[in-house]
Write a protein that binds this ligand. Structure first.
Ligand SMILES: NC(=O)c1ccc[n+]([C@@H]2O[C@H](COP(=O)([O-])OP(=O)(O)OC[C@H]3O[C@@H](n4cnc5c(N)ncnc54)[C@H](O)[C@@H]3O)[C@@H](O)[C@H]2O)c1
Length: 269
């Protein structure tokens, strides 16, 4: 299927690893020029690799998305180097690193950084990049939220709350930007084997008595069997496939939606 994305320009924030990296790779394979933005310095080698192996031009920047001035600077750089921005993907994310069940296992001070990365960084990105899209009267925005944001997952309350707020912000932004033909959607992954996912297990494990501690694979297998009808991991490429479709003109009538790539863990009516 030709997604008609060749020569578009995408910015992927949180693009160094995991789901963001899979989206970067998917775009580059479609001939989309990609700006890869992350706090992780791995963005440089990924950008070099893709520039050498695909027709995509790449740009990389080590930037903390929670710093609005830095986001504005990278937006200006992308526009100066590529001349346009068609797609913004916010895939940065992190948990508290603590086991938050019950919520008073965390202190209120554990919340700020989680809200900053999962919610306010996305707000920064929207402010920095969408003016270019509204001026061009076209574009797409995609936020990576989580099914945790739909079910009040007790594992990490600040993470759940940030992801719920992100879904809500995406709906506000979708309504505001529709008049400019800019579409905004949210993908909620289920269980994907990445740093973020493993950190949830680590926090859980530390809270268990020694005799009840499971390995990462044992924990995940048990959890997936209990929660996921398709009874398997989701892969970064599964999420990337939907991300690319949502960016494409084939999805031109889809905005303000929250879509789960979760093996059926949460089903909408
Ligand atoms: N893995 C899962 O099971 C799962 C489930 C639901 C939702 N998600 C969400 O999917 C998204 C992608 O996560 P992932 O699973 O690929 O994890 P990951 O840890 O592999 O990737 C997250 C990326 O975000 C980057 N990042 C973190 N803080 C940043 C900041 N302040 N500024 C810029 N970049 C920053 C990290 O360096 C990393 O490259 C996240 O929003 C995560 O919350 C993941």
């Amino acid at each position: 299927m030709d997604l008609q994305l060749a020569n578009h320009v995408a910015v992927v924030i949180g693009g160094a690893k995991g789901i963001g990296e899979a989206i970067v790779r998917g775009f580059a394979e479609e001939g989309v020029h990609v700006a890869i933005v992350d706090v992780d310095t791995g963005v440089q080698s990924l950008a070099d690799e893709l520039a050498a192996s695909t027709t995509a031009q790449t740009l990389s920047a080590v930037v903390d998305a929670t710093d609005y001035e830095s986001m504005q600077m990278i937006a200006a750089r992308v526009i100066s180097e590529f001349g346009r921005v068609d797609h913004l993907i916010y895939a940065a994310g992190a948990g508290s690193g603590k086991y938050g069940f019950p919520f008073w296992n965390l202190a209120p001070t554990d919340w700020q950084r989680v809200l900053d990365i999962n919610l306010l960084g996305a707000v920064n990105a929207a402010h920095a990049f969408t003016p270019e899209m509204t001026a061009a009267r076209q574009g797409t925005v995609l936020f990576l939220s989580s099914i945790a944001g739909q079910i009040g997952s007790q594992t990490d309350p600040p993470y759940s709350a940030a992801k719920a707020a992100l879904i809500n912000f995406a709906q506000c932004a979708a309504k505001d930007l529709a008049q400019y033909d800019v579409r905004v959607n949210t993908i909620c992954p289920g269980m994907v084997k990445t740093t973020v996912n493993e950190s949830v297990w680590k926090a859980w494990r530390e809270a268990q008595p020694e005799c009840q501690r499971l390995s990462y694979d044992e924990w995940a297998t048990t959890k997936i069997a209990a929660t996921t009808p398709l009874n398997r991991w989701q892969e970064p490429a599964d999420v990337a496939a939907l991300a690319l479709y949502l960016a494409s003109p084939r999805a031109h009538n889809i905005t303000g939606q929250t879509m789960n790539v979760d093996g059926g863990m949460v089903m909408h009516s």
